[in-house]
Design a protein around this ligand. Structure first.
Ligand SMILES: [Zn+2]
Length: 120
C-alpha cells in the first residue's frame, strides 16, 4: 500500500496522461509524445524514461504513466518500495526511542551533538 501523499501525487500525474500520444515500439519500450511534439522514450523493463524523472524519483513520470496504461498495467506497481507504508513502518519500527530530557543524567563528558547548518 502506498503512502497517501504518494497516491495523490500519482493520481495527479495520471490525470495528465490523456493529452499524450503513445506508440508501442516493442513489449517494453514506448514513445510518448508531448503536446509540443517533443517525445520521450520509456522502457518499462529497465524502468527508465528519457526525461530522467522516473530514474531520479523512482515514481512514474507522466510519460511512464502513459506507457504503463498503454500496457494495461497499474502505475502503482511501478512505484519504488520507499513510497510504501510498510517500508516507512519498518524504518521506524525499532530505531526510535523517545527520551525525556529531564530524566537524563548529565556527566559533563557526554555532550549533545554539534549542529552545523548546511548551506542551501
Ligand atoms: Zn518521463
Amino acid at each position: 500500500m502506498l503512502l497517501s501523499s504518494t497516491t495523490q501525487q500519482l493520481q495527479s500525474i495520471i490525470n495528465k496522461c490523456h493529452s499524450r500520444i503513445v506508440y508501442q515500439v516493442n513489449e517494453s519500450v514506448f514513445e510518448v509524445k508531448n503536446n509540443n511534439s517533443n517525445f520521450h522514450i520509456v522502457n518499462l523493463t529497465l524502468l527508465t524514461c528519457t526525461c530522467k524523472q522516473f530514474q531520479e524519483y523512482r515514481l512514474p513520470c507522466v510519460h511512464t504513466c502513459v506507457a504503463i496504461l498503454k500496457a494495461c498495467k497499474q502505475p502503482s506497481q511501478f512505484v519504488h518500495s520507499t513510497y510504501h507504508i510498510t517500508t516507512l513502518q519498518n524504518v521506524y519500527k525499532e530505531s526510535v526511542q523517545l527520551v525525556d530530557i529531564k530524566t537524563c543524567f548529565f556527566d559533563n563528558k557526554t555532550l549533545l551533538p554539534v549542529m552545523i547548518k548546511q548551506a542551501g
